[in-house]
Design a binder for this molecule. Sequence first.
Ligand code: DX5
Ligand code: ZN
Length: 224
Amino acid sequence: MIELAPSILSADFAHLADAVERATAGGASVIHVDIMDGHFVPNLTIGPLVVKSLRRTTRLPLDCHLMIENADQYIPDFADAGADWISVHQEACQHLNRVLNHIKDHGCRAGVVINPATPVETLSEVLDLVDYVLVMSVNPGFGGQKFIPGVLHKITRLTEMRAAHGYRYRIEVDGGVAMETVGEVVRAGAEILVAGSAVFGKGDAKTNAQALLEAARSASMQRV
Ligand code: DX5
Ligand code: ZN
């Protein structure tokens, strides 16, 4: 099943509830929340307080993408704030197995994220553990960057590894997903599509979300 997860990073933070409402009206079924600490990535965004406020605006799952160091330390705060899904970067976790289990122990779905330069093989020992794998198609830190097509083979590889081993994770893609790129992303095997500027950048979020989902669904019919 294809799902659209709008990233609120590109929304107007003074009107987050409206942004979430418009995107939901357009068919979004997950809300992607980008958490940045100014250390792991060169930008600062939001923390558990905003997640807690968002929680009151929507029933959709909140997908918290942690681009932070010491993620383990903050898992309880995000879980208490109402996060449903929490993902952590392979590159940022010294004890990845521990952190992923910690997320699950807090009742959340656990995801692992890889940067464009990180091979999927680095995940081989956690793929049986995770609920989803997030493939970054830009270097994390900012919205509105250009999609890196070189990551597409990693999405396909993840579908093959899942089939070969009987794993159950879903595959999410984040960065530069827009009308021009969504087709190839879906044909490669992605199921959860994060889109920030393509939803909240220009025009109306509802119309943008609808168009993206329609393009994604028609591309999913062309999967080999
Ligand atoms: C990038 C973030 C993304 C970002 C995507 O570091 O993880 O979620 O908001 O924005 P777009 O869709 O504009 O590339
Ligand atoms: Zn993200």
